[in-house]
Design a protein around this ligand. Structure first.
Ligand code: PEP
Ligand code: MN
Length: 470
């Protein structure tokens, strides 16, 4: 087909898509590998390896997200900012699964809705960076770009294509253990849960949390007594995986043309395609705030994959871009296909979110998107010594304002997107433990953005639950 005869979509995108059509578009955050031969070898290896996730799982998640878009379910997404290969370890995986499960119980109690869980896990290895170089121990070195690209240690900052294949294996091993732990009962509801409320000093807050915990404990005991927890559906839970689809060489290598589970060959009226391109590196992928240019390589790649996808939306997103993005990424207006992950910062959300909601909800895309609040990325600050942190009060404030604004605009806030860990880290300020600047050095282990610890994450969840109950 000649250039001039290629059909053009409303947003100006040519309709010819291939897994590598992104290569002809301008790209941000793209690594320049010095060793192209080693890169080709790694990519060939990735293309040979089996899918990490299955189209059936991707299709199931899409159906669940359709329920979220319709206001019938709630989406909880959380995990590390940068997942290291070292986190592929039993304890770290289990503590994250348990925390996400516990948070989802609180949300079920609060919102009285089913909860869809997605971990930022099993593949969150590539990080966008604002600068290619950074200062480390008084020396300028290439920035750490995530374990899939280079190592954190100053001697390992050179880009290494061998890490692409290592990422595949760590992602598969992590997901393998998630599946094994879940199918073996890690999420059994009759196990006593440690709600660890000892740290909550404020008596009013403590009473509120205790009310929820007592209710949940009673309910779980009752279900156990009547044998309802033997029901297969209650013994197991779904936990889907996600990461930022930043490194397109990797994402392309795991994108495969596979049978569409939703396609029924017998029906002649069906509009579903028999085969679709699935990105089998994760169930859900998102486009980051730095790479969502409408004519850029990332949007081009994402418009061709059948997975549900997220787009980060922030202070630099013009309202007009939102519709152009939706028309490009979801021309058939599938409900639940796109999650808009809003992250403005506590000081800006009230000015910016209403116009974004109106741009979408007054268009042909009304009620098709999942609105999700990421109260982390607009609230990062540096304190003395250059330590990156976030105040729990800012995180909570952005989330609370987002809940209120959606209510006023009669749209539905369908989810939260959090950076968290099951470990007792001291990376974010505040919360009921009252962590202050001096506490940050006690257990600051993040290699990228500061995460909520288990207590802070649970506390935020109680506050969301409380909003829905009142
Ligand atoms: C992230 O989610 O870790 C991230 C980098 O977010 P954003 O693209 O919104 O800045
Ligand atoms: Mn982050």
């Amino acid at each position: 087909m000649s250039e001039s005869t290629v059909p053009v979509t409303a947003s100006g995108h040519t309709s010819e898509w291939t897994p590598d059509s992104w290569r002809s578009k301008p790209i941000k955050q793209c690594p320049e590998y010095p060793d192209q031969k080693a890169l080709s070898k790694s990519l060939a290896e990735l293309q040979r390896l089996p899918p990490i996730v299955h189209p059936k799982e991707i299709t199931r998640l899409k159906a669940l997200l359709r329920d979220v878009a319709r206001g019938e379910a709630f989406l909880l997404q959380g995990g590390d900012c940068a997942e290291l290969f070292d986190y592929c370890e039993q304890g770290a995986i289990e503590s994250k699964i348990k925390l996400l499960l516990q948070m989802s119980l609180v949300l079920i109690w609060g919102a009285d809705k089913r909860v869809v869980r997605i971990g930022r896990m099993a593949g969150q290895y590539a990080k966008p960076r604002s600068s290619p170089m950074e200062m480390l121990d008084g020396k300028m070195v290439p920035s750490f770009r995530g374990d899939i690209l280079n190592g954190f240690h100053p001697d390992e900052r050179e880009l290494d294509p061998g890490r692409l294949v290592k990422a595949y294996h760590h992602s598969s091993a992590t997901l393998n253990y998630i599946r094994a732990a879940i199918s073996s009962g890690i999420a059994d509801l009759h196990r006593p849960l440690d709600w660890g409320l000892g740290h909550v000093r404020d008596p009013a807050l403590k009473a509120k949390y205790s009310e929820a915990v007592n209710f949940l404990t009673d309910m779980l005991r009752f279900m156990h007594t009547i044998g309802a927890d033997k029901n297969e559906k209650l013994d197991t839970v779904d936990l889907f995986t996600s990461h930022e689809g930043l490194l397109l060489e990797y994402e392309q290598s795991l994108t495969r043309l596979l049978d569409n589970p939703a396609h029924t060959p017998s029906s002649t009226t069906t509009t579903t395609k028999a085969k679709e391109y699935y990105n089998t590196s994760a169930h859900f992928l998102w486009i980051g705030d730095r790479t969502r240019q409408i004519d850029g390589a990332h949007v081009e790649f994402f418009r061709g994959i059948a997975n549900p996808i997220g787009v980060k939306v922030g202070p630099t997103t013009p309202a007009d871009d939102l519709l152009a993005l939706l028309r490009t990424l979801n021309p058939s207006r599938e409900p639940g296909k796109i999650t808009l992950i809003t992250r403005y910062g506590a000081a800006k959300v009230a000015d910016l979110l209403p116009a974004h909601i109106r741009a979408v909800e007054d268009s042909e895309y009304a009620r098709t998107v999942v609105w999700q609040c990421d109260p982390m990325h607009g609230n990062t600050q540096s304190v003395s010594g250059g330590i990156k942190t976030r105040a729990f009060s800012d995180i909570f404030s952005e989330l609370q304002q987002t809940l209120r604004i959606h209510k006023e605009q009669r749209s539905y806030l369908g989810g939260v997107h959090l950076e968290l860990t099951g470990d007792a880290v001291t990376e974010c300020l505040g919360g009921s433990e009252g962590l202050d600047e001096d506490d940050l050095s006690t257990n600051y282990t993040s290699f990228c953005d500061p995460r909520l610890n288990e207590k802070q994450a649970l506390e935020l969840t109680f506050l969301v639950a409380d909003h829905y109950r009142n």
